[in-house]
Design a binder for this molecule. Structure first.
Ligand SMILES: C[S@@+](CC[C@H](N)C(=O)[O-])C[C@H]1O[C@@H](n2cnc3c(N)ncnc32)[C@H](O)[C@@H]1O
Length: 263
C-alpha cells in the first residue's frame, strides 16, 4: 500500500540531527524534504496569488502530506492554514516540522478524510497538490472540498494528468504498483472539478515549466541535504520514474484556479 511509511518521524529526526546547520524555521530550508510534489516551493508560489486571500484569510490544504505547502502559505500570507491528511504518520511529521518552524500558532493538521471533515467555519480558500491521483470518484471528492468553502472561495490545484492512456513505469510517488492510481486527462479532471461546484478561473499546462524545474533541481545529481526520497519506500525510483514520465510526455502537470460557484 502507498503512503504506508510509519517511520517518517524517526527518519526526519535523524536527518535533521545529521544536519545541525539546517535551520528548520528558515523559509525554504526544508523544501527538498517537505514538499511532496514536483516543483517544490516554487510550485506553491505559483498557486498562492490565485488563492486571492485577503489579510489573515483561512486556507484548507487537502492531502497536506508533510506540511511544506501549508507552512509556506502561512509564511507568505500570514493566514491560518489547516492541513488534512489520511496518513497518520504524515500528520505527526507535519505537526513536528511545524513546531520546529515556530508556526504552530498559524498552521495545524488534522488526521482524516475530507468526506467526514466538518469545519467550524467555512474556509476562505483551499489548495490541493498531487492528491487526486489516488481518488477514483473525483467529482464527489471535490464536492466535499466545495462543502468546506465559503461562497466565492478559490481552490488552487497542482495536479498530475495523463494526456493519453499509456503504460506508466511503477512505482510512482503516489502509487507503488498502479492499483491505487486514477490519473485522468486534463479535460476530464477540469470537468470533474467544475461538476463538483466550481468554475474554472485558470487552467494551465505547466509541464514545460516542470521540466525546466527538474533540470535545475536534479541537474547536480543526488542531493547531499535531507531530501524527500529519503522518507519514502523506494523513494528514488519513484521520483526518477515520475521525472522520466514527465520528460517523455506520458504525464503532465496542470495548475488550476477555480472559484466556488454556489453556496
Ligand atoms: C503526493 S502527497 C502530496 C502531499 C502535499 N500535498 C504536498 O504537495 O506536499 C499525497 C498526500 O495525499 C494524501 N492522501 C491521499 N489520498 C487522500 C485522500 N483521499 N484524502 C486526504 N489525503 C489523501 C496522502 O496521505 C499524502 O500525504
Amino acid at each position: 500500500m502507498t503512503y504506508s511509511e510509519t517511520g517518517v518521524g524517526r527518519t526526519i529526526n535523524r536527518l535533521l540531527d545529521e544536519h545541525p546547520d539546517l535551520d528548520a524555521s528558515a523559509d525554504g530550508a526544508l523544501d527538498g524534504l517537505d514538499q511532496f510534489h514536483i516543483g517544490g516551493g516554487e510550485a506553491v508560489d505559483r498557486l498562492i496569488a490565485g488563492l486571492a486571500l485577503s489579510t489573515a484569510g483561512t486556507v484548507l490544504d487537502v492531502g497536506s502530506g508533510f506540511g511544506g505547502p501549508a507552512r509556506q502559505i502561512a509564511r507568505r500570507t500570514g493566514g491560518r492554514v489547516t492541513g488534512l491528511d489520511i496518513t497518520p504518520s504524515y500528520v505527526e511529521a507535519a505537526r513536528d516540522l511545524t513546531a520546529r518552524a515556530g508556526l504552530d500558532g498559524l498552521v495545524r493538521f488534522h488526521h482524516g478524510d475530507i468526506a467526514e471533515f466538518s469545519p467550524e467555519r467555512p474556509f476562505d480558500a483551499a489548495i490541493t497538490m498531487h492528491v487526486q491521483m489516488n481518488v477514483r470518484t473525483k467529482t464527489a471528492w471535490f464536492a466535499h472540498i466545495a462543502r468546506c468553502l465559503a461562497p466565492g472561495a478559490r481552490l488552487a490545484v497542482w495536479e498530475v494528468c495523463r494526456p493519453r492512456p499509456t503504460d506508466l513505469p511503477w512505482p510512482m510517488p503516489w502509487s507503488l504498483d498502479g492499483t491505487d492510481s486514477f490519473v485522468v486527462s486534463a479535460e476530464a479532471l477540469r470537468d470533474s472539478i467544475e461538476e463538483a461546484g466550481f468554475t474554472s478561473t485558470e487552467w494551465t499546462d505547466e509541464t514545460s515549466w516542470v521540466r525546466s524545474w527538474i533540470d535545475r533541481a536534479f541537474g547536480g545529481g543526488a542531493p547531499s541535504r535531507p531530501a524527500l526520497p529519503m522518507l519514502l519506500d523506494d523513494g528514488y525510483t519513484r521520483v526518477i520514474n515520475y521525472a522520466a514520465a514527465l520528460t517523455d510526455g506520458s504525464l503532465q502537470v496542470w495548475r488550476g484556479i477555480f472559484t466556488k460557484t454556489s453556496a
